[in-house]
Design a protein around this ligand. Structure first.
Ligand code: SAM
Length: 289
């Protein structure tokens, strides 16, 4: 078995050999616990048939585990200082392609077609925390051919993504993700499993885009607009949030009557509505504007 890149001594050896400076701005916290890495690969259900997209390989600790368990890994890394290091640490693996790019500017459709013969990919990553939300929402909203997304993120963000209505963590992010996916909270990871240690605990979650849409709305754009403004100021009632912030030509009285028509109190707040109810609210509002 090839030496584990993730062992604390090997990681430090690589860092010293290349004089590598961790860049906080790129969210560089590298995993040094092999059990966590295999746990991520297992949560993703990675098998020898799978083509995996890894976002931010760092020095290659997770990439190594993924390459050993999948058909191919495409690893997109923004930091050009890590590219020669990856060429060294992953040199023994023929099924890895490293691309020096910003994931937010990467043409993922082209990657899937060119590198994976158009077959749906699995996304697996220990994400840079400063751009967790744009990465996840970008992957979902653009509706790429993705089988699943298994990512390590800040625990607090994982809780917001998994939350259901009437809980304190429920909000626009929960709805934006759950609209497209089934969400599974896989496990929690303590800060001690990284070099350098982040200030927060982390969690691994798996998002599985549903084949059929779970929620139906006649106007997705309006639905997301209403969801966004409903949680803009959590303490405001839906009537006030939608009338004041949505930019829609609708009065407080009209919104109150829509809510009453749905059997809801006119003083209700966004956190009380399920995703299905938000769909119904958007459809009813659409008929009035
Ligand atoms: N996968 C490695 C591990 O688990 O040890 C490193 C994970 S570290 C949390 C995040 C990685 O994402 C870093 O290597 C960082 O340079 C990279 N990164 C940050 N922003 C990025 C972006 N916009 N596109 C691609 N990679 C990015």
């Amino acid at each position: 078995m090839t030496e584990r890149i993730s062992s604390p001594s090997r990681t430090m050896e690589i860092i010293k050999k290349y004089g590598f400076d961790f860049k906080k701005g790129y969210g560089q916290n590298f995993l040094i616990d092999y059990n966590i890495l295999t746990g991520i690969a297992e949560s993703a259900g990675v098998s020898k048939d799978d083509c995996v997209l890894e976002i931010g390989p760092g020095i290659g600790s997770l990439t190594q585990v993924l390459a050993e368990n999948s058909k191919k890994v495409i690893a997109v890394e923004i930091d050009n200082k890590l590219i020669p290091i990856l060429a060294d640490t992953l040199g023994d693996y023929e099924n890895i392609k490293v691309i020096n790019q910003d994931i937010l500017k990467t043409n993922i459709d082209a990657l899937i077609n060119e590198e994976c013969d158009g077959k749906p990919i699995k996304v697996v990553a220990n994400l840079p925390y400063y751009i967790t939300t744009p990465i996840i929402l970008g992957l979902l909203e653009k509706q790429y051919k993705i089988e699943s997304i298994t990512v390590m993120i800040q625990k607090e963000v994982a809780e917001r993504i998994s939350a259901t209505e009437k809980s304190k963590d429920y909000g626009a992010l929960s709805i934006a993700v759950q609209y497209y996916c089934d969400v599974n909270y896989d496990f929690t990871v303590s800060a001690g499993c990284f070099i350098p240690q982040p200030k927060v605990d982390s969690s691994v979650i798996t998002l599985t885009p549903t084949k059929e849409k779970k929620y139906k709305t006649n106007n997705e754009k309006l639905f997301f607009k209403i969801v966004k403004c409903s949680f803009g100021q959590r303490r405001k009632t839906l009537v006030n949030s939608i009338a004041n912030q949505s930019g829609l030509a609708i009065s407080k009285e009209q919104i109150a009557s829509v809510l009453e028509g749905m059997g809801l109190d006119a003083r209700v707040r966004g956190e009380a509505l399920s995703i299905t109810q938000f769909c119904e609210l958007a459809d009813r509002i659409e008929k009035m504007i």
